[in-house]
Design a protein around this ligand. Structure first.
Ligand code: GDP
Length: 585
């Protein structure tokens, strides 16, 4: 190959075109040929980029960028003696149903609800609790996918992971995912073996499994702190919090309070009367009400500054989870925020960020996605999916395209995703989470297909992205509730009563409007008062039974009624039809 091009771990389509000195459209077309839909500002990973440039007869060379690699790790510590000590930020993770939520409730419920104004009324993703007069910040990271986003965009904010493992269930796929994420982000893990009150609890077996997964318990000569708890009985909670503070002390967590405030947007949503509302975590500096802030492609003059407990505050120190209002537009999950001296600077920084495509690469998960996952009370019907694709770029495109189908009623929930062939772990994950596996250009062997059949997992493999999206669209459509469509038919003026029985009325009258027909329903009015809603059972023109009668014609009608209906001459009957219509997206 004649030419060589140096590419970072990832690169935007536009920059790649620039480097190769060719039109962007050529890159986009090549990507499409490979099943990747990407726009000029979207990032593609090195593997994808190297395939594309290879097809253009150029060789790609990986340019390792140490600084960028660091993003997935925690921020380097401040030098000894510099900065101010700050509370630890703890992410609680674990396999579904192992008791993450219960544990968080047990930790925060008792303490937060008693003191703070309002307490925690809704399920939010960050809050603080006090233990031994010291603060601890908790991040709820529902599902490993959300954590993946946090890890990518700001793992340096998480100091510790509390890994919840149910004593009666042991290590499961999402436990392993959590371990992997925490290790990759270089974050310390404290294991909380939960549900020790349960009959089937087998603490030793869990410890054995942990030791087999690089988490050797301290008592067995390893370094992993393990705390036995029961979220249900609130047993071991204080001990767990002691351990969190102990491990935090060893880490010597500090932040500089004197710099301009910075941090991360961890949730964003629209609220009636308040506009865009963001939940953010302060990382450094002190955030004050009235400050000007830029976050990704948007900016704010902080109108309301509240602690996530609901209390209004004048300022927030590092590690404080806060609720902010005053944004011009909704910031995005994963956007870093920065306080600047003036509105002018905030505006100009925001507009140059959005010109660059906003927070590049931060579209993996939107605030909306996170809220959907977090808010269990939400009425959104979710379709769990596991997505596999041949390369990172197409995986992102597939996931983005499927998420674009989400509405307020139905939404995909990506339980797992990855590059490469479908594996036994994928089948297992799909089976336990009741997910459909969508595979795009991913291999699947006979063994895998047999496993899928055995475990009742629907495995859907596609080579054309639009077909995959269509299939998912149909699945989501099938989860939409049917719509009942009502059509008005016509009106009858009652001119004679033939029979009034307990649950039946037969009358005669003139059709004064529209066309009445059977089967149908009807509402009976006397003057303007509604008397009953009845079912039309028979229609007669003279002695002949008929299906419909036009305006101006006389007819006899039989109705079935719920209770005795004393119909009178002069009553008005409005006929209508109700049809159940299946909706589609
Ligand atoms: P999550 O999916 O990890 O957030 O799990 P949840 O907190 O929703 O808990 C799942 C189920 O386990 C619920 O029915 C809880 O009541 C139950 N559970 C949680 N913690 C305990 C515990 O310590 N003991 C017992 N017996 N049940 C628990």
């Amino acid at each position: 190959m004649a030419q060589t091009v140096k590419i970072d771990n990832s690169i935007t389509v536009g920059t790649l075109a620039e480097k190769l000195d060719i039109p962007v459209s050529v890159i986009i077309t090549e990507l499409m040929k490979n099943g990747v839909l990407a726009t000029v500002n979207e990032r593609i990973d090195f593997d994808t980029a190297s395939i594309i440039v290879g097809e253009l007869d150029v060789e790609a060379e990986l340019e390792l960028n140490e600084e960028k690699e660091e993003v997935t790790k925690r921020k380097p510590k401040l030098e000894a003696g510099v900065g101010d000590s700050r509370p630890p930020v703890v992410a609680v993770m674990g396999h579904v149903d192992h008791g993450k939520t219960s544990l968080l409730d047990a930790i925060t419920g008792a303490k937060v609800a008693s003191g703070e104004a309002g307490g925690i009324t809704q399920h939010i993703s960050a809050y603080q609790t006090e233990h031994n007069k010291r603060l601890i910040t908790f991040l709820d990271t529902p599902g490993h996918e959300a954590f993946a986003a946090i890890r990518e965009h700001g793992a340096h904010l998480t100091d510790l992971v509390v890994l919840v493992v149910a004593a009666d269930d042991g290590i499961k796929p999402q436990t392993l995912e959590a371990i992997r994420f925490a290790k990759k982000a270089d974050v310390k893990i404290i294991v909380a073996i939960n549900k020790i009150d349960k009959e089937g609890a087998d603490i030793n077996r869990v410890k054995q499994e942990l030791s087999e997964n690089e988490l050797m318990p301290e008592e067995w000569g390893g370094e992993t702190v393990i705390v036995e708890v029961s979220a249900k009985n609130k047993q071991g909670i204080d001990n767990l919090l002691d351990m969190v503070l102990l491990v935090a002390d060893v880490e010597d967590l500090r932040a500089d309070e004197k710099t301009a405030a910075t941090g991360l947007i961890i949730e964003a949503h629209m609220e009636q009367g308040r506009g865009p509302v963001a939940i953010a975590l302060v990382e450094a500096g002190i955030l004050r009400k009235g400050a000007f802030m830029v976050a990704g492609g948007t900016y704010a003059k902080i109108r309301n500054l509240e602690h996530t407990s609901g209390k209004e505050i004048a300022e927030a120190k590092p590690s404080t989870p806060v609720v902010l209002t005053g944004f011009k537009e909704l910031p995005r999950f994963g956007d870093e925020f920065l306080v600047v001296p003036s509105e002018k600077e905030a505006r100009s920084k925001a507009s140059s960020a959005s010109a660059k495509g906003g927070a590049e690469g931060k579209q993996d998960m939107t605030g909306g996605d996170l809220i959907r996952i977090i808010d269990k009370k939400n009425k959104v019907t979710e379709l769990n999916i596991v997505v596999k694709a041949d390369v990172q770029g197409s995986l992102k495109s597939v996931i983005d395209s499927l998420r674009a189908l989400n509405t307020d009623e139905v939404a995909v929930r990506v339980v797992g995703s990855g590059v490469g062939n479908i594996t036994e772990t994928d089948i297992h994950l799909a089976a336990t989470s009741n997910s459909i596996i969508y595979a795009f250009n991913s291999g699947n062997s006979d063994t895998i297909r047999r496993l899928a059949v055995r475990d009742n997992v629907s495995l859907r493999a596609f080579n054309i992205i639009y077909e995959l999206i269509d299939d998912c669209k149909q699945e989501l459509s099938a989860r939409l509730e049917d719509e009942i469509v009502r059509t008005d038919l016509g009106r009858l003026l009652v001119k004679g009563i033939f029979k009034i029985a307990k649950e039946e009325v037969i009358c005669g009258g003139e059709v004064t409007k529209g066309v009445i027909s059977v089967p149908s329903r009807a509402i009976v009015f006397r003057n303007d008062e509604q008397l009953a809603d009845v079912v039309t059972t028979k229609l007669q023109r003279g002695p002949q039974e008929t299906k419909e009668v036009q305006t101006g014609e006389m007819c006899g009608v039989s109705f079935s009624t719920e209770s005795r209906l004393d119909l009178q001459e002069g009553d008005r009957i409005e006929f209508y039809k109700e049809e159940t219509v299946t909706r589609t997206l």
